[in-house]
Design a protein around this ligand. Structure first.
Ligand code: JD8
Length: 249
């Protein structure tokens, strides 16, 4: 997968891509990341990227020209064997569709993504209307720009790429893929400050362990995120457990 990022702050992307999962994915050539400074696509002496909002109001708005030209330049660099509709051009914005594991999975199917990170008060509406194909928000809180949101989206997508995870882990086991929160995890020592690891985990009985973990995941989801249980794939037995517990509370 190739990912192109448009930003006014390319430096923000340096460290995330030089450690951990990003670095691994890039080193293994599962993903190529190109970071473009929107300012490089200006033509005036002062490299102007923003301007006052028509109609007045606080702050500045990103001008359309450098953003259109950056995307067009990226598009012409891709040998477009494919149609235009298979190249998502994603704007990170508080007005976008709420990001989710489902959207990460959807985006992981593409060969190429273009992510546009705004700043200031946002981008000229014509960018949304005539350039962007998708708008995503990572949540209902206020960020200063789209960069951190883009990194969240990229991390969630890249770890779904085939061949990315080691053989141990499966993205299908992830909390938000099963629809349940994760069960409690323990490691050595078996007793720490007199707090002991649940007996069943030391038993070596794998069937019992699997059953306990599944039950813990269901209970934890019921306690913390009951709205997730509606969509989760529960067995009849698990549904009955949930129903019984709901009556107790
Ligand atoms: C892009 C500018 C800041 C947005 C005034 C100052 C995403 N979940 C999210 N929260 N915030 C963003 C986000 C915020 C952004 C930009 C994304 C570009 N800002 C502006 C409008 C109101 N503030 C986001 N994805």
């Amino acid at each position: 997968m190739q990912i192109d990022i448009l930003t006014l702050f390319p430096q923000m992307f340096q460290s995330p891509f030089s450690v951990g999962i990003f670095k691994r994915a890039i080193d293994h050539k599962l993903v190529g990341v190109n970071i473009h400074n929107i300012r490089d696509y200006t033509h005036d002496k002062h490299h102007t990227v923003d301007d006052y909002p028509y109609g007045g109001g606080a702050g500045m708005v990103l001008k359309p020209e450098p953003i259109f030209e950056a995307v067009e330049s990226i598009k012409s660099d891709i040998s477009l064997k494919q149609g235009v509709d298979v190249l998502p051009i994603i704007l990170l914005t508080p007005q976008g569709r709420p990001f989710s594991q489902q959207i990460a999975l959807e985006l992981s199917k593409y060969d190429h993504l273009i992510l546009i990170c705004g700043r200031y008060e946002g981008v000229d509406e014509r960018v949304r209307e005539y350039l962007v194909t998708d708008e995503i928000s990572i949540g209902d809180y206020v960020l200063g720009g789209g960069e951190l949101a883009a990194m969240v989206v990229i991390e969630a997508v890249v770890r779904l790429l085939p061949g990315f995870l080691g053989s141990e882990a499966s993205p299908l086991d992830d909390s938000h893929a099963t629809g349940l929160l994760e069960y409690p995890q323990y490691t050595r020592p078996p007793v720490y400050r007199r707090w002991s690891v649940p007996e069943v985990l030391l038993s070596g009985n794998h069937a019992q362990i699997a059953k306990w973990r599944r039950q813990q995941a269901v209970l934890r989801t019921l306690e913390r995120r009951p709205e997730l249980l509606g969509k989760a794939n529960l067995s009849l037995e698990e549904r009955q457990l949930v129903d019984r517990l709901k009556q107790v509370v």
